[in-house]
Design a protein around this ligand. Structure first.
Ligand SMILES: [Zn+2]
Length: 274
């Protein structure tokens, strides 16, 4: 499929029509969102970036490191919980082709992310703020929700439309410089573009809500989320970390988390009976 350039009004209308038809209902959140890019294309692009990131950062080896083991254990339990959730709700999986990897990297930044395709990275700088395994589960639940709810695709689509870019199947090879810049802005480890786009607040809310549920289903106390986000807020200081810039921890966030706590606690109690 090839998208027309906005040369005249006709093509503008056509573009709007395409955008409307490209709005898909998300299988997990139920919200309609603009997702113009084939997920396999994003996963390929993510994999390249992930591999080069791992080359530039020291990955803490799994054997002999309790922290790296914890990251891996929490990640696998969250991924398992998500599979259970999809099964229970009879949702068609958007992530059946994910090849999960959970890495801890030695990096002082307070950060963590999950790329489309299931590549998850936790920075060692996050662990002193997380302080416990349940808080780490809340963060990973949140980050993984961004990926499986196709938030990156949505942000990339919005950014591409805002820039009037022509989007085709060979988008990443045809205009590779612009395409890569766009991709890095949205998916890169220092991506901050989400905070500027209108849907970012909605996306944050969704990631919080489902992240809390997945952590609870994985057997982690969801109430730890409140303390974690308060510690994040306190860690801000005068020069807030990138993660905090895209994840402002304010009263609204805490209130929204609390509004989902009863539901999350039901899942947590059920997880103890399994
Ligand atoms: Zn987020």
């Amino acid at each position: 499929m090839s998208f027309p350039q906005m040369k005249n009004r006709c093509s503008l209308l056509f573009t709007i029509a395409i955008m409307l038809s490209a709005c898909n209902q998300n299988s997990i959140t139920g919200r309609r969102q603009l997702t113009l890019f084939p997920e396999n294309l994003l996963q390929q692009q993510s994999l390249t970036q992930y591999q080069s990131f791992l080359k530039q950062n020291r990955v803490v080896p799994l054997s002999g490191s309790k922290d790296a083991e914890m990251v891996n254990r929490v990640g696998r339990r969250i991924a398992g919980a998500i599979s259970n959730y999809y099964e229970k709700k009879k949702i068609k999986s958007d992530f059946s082709n994910y090849k999960w990897e959970f890495n801890l990297v030695e990096n002082k930044e307070i950060n963590a992310w999950c790329m489309p395709g299931g590549k998850v990275v936790v920075y060692s700088g996050l662990l002193p703020i997380a302080q416990n395994e349940a808080s780490l589960a809340v963060v990973l639940g949140h980050e993984i929700t961004h990926a499986i709810a196709l938030h990156g695709n949505e942000r990339l689509s919005q950014a591409a439309v805002a820039q009037g870019l022509q989007i085709a199947g060979d988008f990443f090879t045809q205009d590779s410089e612009r395409a890569n810049a766009l991709f890095n802005n949205v998916f890169g480890p220092t991506a901050a573009v989400g905070v500027l786009l209108p849907n970012s607040r909605k996306q944050e809310h969704e990631a919080d809500e489902f992240g809390l549920i997945f952590a609870a289903m994985a057997g982690y106390d969801p109430r730890e989320a409140i303390g974690f986000w308060k510690r994040m807020s306190a860690a801000g200081g005068t020069k807030p970390p990138e993660f905090l810039a895209t994840h402002p921890s304010d009263e609204n966030r805490i209130k929204a988390l609390q509004s989902h706590m009863n539901e999350a606690m039901t899942y947590y109690e059920a997880s103890k009976r399994n």
